[in-house]
Design a protein around this ligand. Structure first.
Ligand code: NAD
Length: 406
C-alpha cells in the first residue's frame, strides 16, 4: 500500500482543517466523509479537489462498512468519541482520533484491547506534545539539569462561548452566546455537555512525555454548574485535578472555557525540580523562564522557547498550532505505510487520558482519590482481554441530555 484511503468523520471547523491538511500531506487520499448534519457535507465536499470520487455518509455504521476506506479520521466533538473509535477498530479500520480519546474507562479499555487484538494503528492527534519547547524542557529533565521534578503544573483556560457553544442542528450553523436573542433556533451544542477537566489530558500528554512517567492517583474538584460568568453555559467554570505519579511527582491540572481571558496563550505549564525550575510565559510581552539552583542565578532567566520547532521540515510549516498539526498525520501515515512504531502509542495515550476521565469520576464522587490503572498487558490481564475491573464509575453528568444521534 502506498496511499492511505481515509474517511473523515465530523465535518465541523476541525474536520475542515483535517480535510485541507490531508490533501497536502503525501500518502493520503480522502475517499469518504461523514457527518449527521447533512448541510455540512456539501461544505466539506467543496474543500476536496477530487470531490466526485468521495462517498458521503450520514450514518456511522454505513460509513464504517465502506470498503473503499482503510482508516478513519475521527473529528467529532462528542461524548461517544471513544466508543466511535473502538467501533472503527472493530470494523477493521485504522483510527486517527482527535482529542480527547475517550470519556469513560470502558472506552479507554475497549480501544486498547481492540488495538491489541487487531494490530491496527490507533493514534491520538494530540499535537501539542510535538511543540518545540516540550523537547527543550525534556532535554533539560533527561540531562538532570533540573534535578528530580517534584511538582508540575498544566492549565488550559480560554473563552470559547463566543463562537461555537450554540448550534442550529438542522443547518449546522454555530452561534456565540451573544447571538442567542436573534437565533432562538440555536441550542446548547455538544461542548456544553462535556466536563472541561477532560481537556487536562492534552497538557498531561506534554508533562508525562517530559517526565517519562505515569499517573497513579487522581482527585478532582469543580465549581458548580452552570457557569457563573455566562449562565447560558451549562458547564462549570473551573475544574481542577491533583495527581501523583509513579516516580513521585505531584501534578496539578486546571481547565475552564467559560471565563473571559486575554487572547494569546491559553496554556500554561511549570515544572519545579530539586535543582531548578522552568515555567511558560504569563503574557505575550514575556518569554518562558528558567532558573538553575547551582549557577549563581539571582533571578529567572528568559529563554526564547516557542511552540514552533527549530527543526520543522518545510511541509510542517503553516500546518496549524505552531506547525505541530503536521506531525500527527505524518506519524499516523508512517505507522501504517512503513510499519513504524508510534512513540505516542495506545498505552501512552491512555496514560494521559485515564487520569482526566477519573478526575471527572472523582468530582462526581465528592473528590474521592481514585487509582489510575496501567493499561499495559501483564499480571492478570492477557493482551487483548478486557480487565475484570474497568475502573471508574462509567456515568457522566448530562450525558442523557446530550443532543444528536448516531
Ligand atoms: N487538536 C486540536 O488542536 C483541536 C482543535 C479544535 C478541535 N479539536 C477537536 O476536534 C474535534 C472536533 O472539533 P470541532 O471544533 O470541529 O467541533 P464541531 O462541533 O464544530 O464539529 C464536530 C462535528 O462532528 C459532528 N458530530 C458529532 N458527533 C457526531 C456523530 N456521532 N456522528 C456524526 N457527526 C457527529 C457534528 O455534527 C459536527 O459537525 C473535537 O474532538 C475537538 O476536541 C482539536
Amino acid at each position: 500500500m502506498d496511499e492511505i484511503r481515509i474517511g473523515v468523520a465530523g465535518l465541523g471547523h476541525r474536520g475542515l482543517h483535517w480535510i485541507r491538511l490531508l490533501q497536502s500531506v503525501p500518502g493520503y487520499r480522502i475517499t469518504a466523509i461523514y457527518d449527521w448534519i447533512e448541510p455540512l457535507q456539501e461544505r466539506a465536499l467543496a474543500e476536496i479537489a477530487h470531490r466526485d470520487d468521495v462517498r458521503v455518509f450520514a450514518n456511522y455504521y454505513d460509513f464504517l462498512a465502506y470498503d473503499g476506506m482503510d482508516a478513519v479520521g475521527l473529528v467529532v466533538r462528542q461524548m461517544e468519541q471513544g466508543t466511535m473509535a473502538a467501533e472503527a477498530l472493530e470494523a477493521g479500520k485504522h483510527v486517527n482520533s482527535e482529542v480527547p480519546a475517550a470519556y469513560t474507562m470502558e472506552e479507554c479499555w475497549r480501544i486498547v484491547t481492540n488495538v491489541e487484538r487487531t494490530g491496527l494503528v490507533y493514534s491520538l492527534a494530540e499535537q501539542t506534545r510535538f511543540w518545540g519547547f516540550v523537547d527543550g524542557w525534556k532535554k533539560l529533565v533527561d540531562d538532570g539539569m533540573l534535578g528530580r521534578i517534584t511538582y508540575a503544573e498544566g492549565q488550559y483556560l480560554g473563552y470559547y462561548g463566543t463562537h461555537q457553544w450554540f448550534q442550529d442542528f438542522k443547518t449546522g450553523r454555530q452561534y456565540p452566546v451573544e447571538a442567542l436573542p436573534d437565533h432562538p433556533e440555536a441550542e446548547p451544542a455538544n461542548p456544553q455537555y462535556l466536563p472541561y477537566i477532560i481537556s487536562a489530558s492534552y497538557d498531561l500528554s506534554i508533562l508525562l512525555k517530559i517526565l517519562d512517567d505515569r499517573v497513579i492517583e487522581v482527585t478532582g474538584m469543580s465549581t458548580k454548574p452552570p457557569s457563573y460568568t455566562t449562565p447560558e453555559m451549562l458547564n462549570a467554570d473551573i475544574q481542577v485535578a491533583l495527581m501523583k505519579t509513579e516516580k513521585d511527582t505531584l501534578i496539578r491540572m486546571l481547565n475552564g472555557f467559560n471565563q473571559p481571558r486575554p487572547h494569546g496563550d491559553h496554556h500554561w505549564w511549570q515544572m519545579i525540580g530539586t535543582k531548578g525550575s522552568v515555567e511558560w510565559r504569563r503574557s505575550g510581552k514575556e518569554k518562558p523562564k528558567l532558573w538553575l539552583a547551582d549557577t549563581q542565578m539571582n533571578d529567572w532567566m528568559e529563554v526564547d522557547w516557542q511552540y514552533r520547532r527549530t527543526d520543522a521540515p518545510p511541509e510542517a510549516r503553516g500546518s496549524g498550532h505552531g506547525d505541530a498539526d503536521y506531525y500527527v498525520h505524518m506519524y499516523f501515515r508512517d505507522a501504517i505505510l512503513k510499519g513504524e512504531a508510534l512513540a505516542y502509542d495506545v498505552y501512552r495515550v491512555m496514560d494521559s487520558m485515564a487520569p482526566a476521565v477519573l478526575a471527572v469520576d472523582s468530582i462526581e464522587e465528592g473528590s474521592r482519590v481514585v487509582s489510575v490503572p496501567d493499561f499495559r498487558p501483564g499480571g492478570d490481564r492477557p493482551s487483548g482481554q478486557m480487565p475484570a475491573d474497568l475502573g471508574g464509575i462509567g456515568g457522566r453528568i448530562h450525558v442523557t441530555k446530550m443532543p444528536g444521534r448516531r
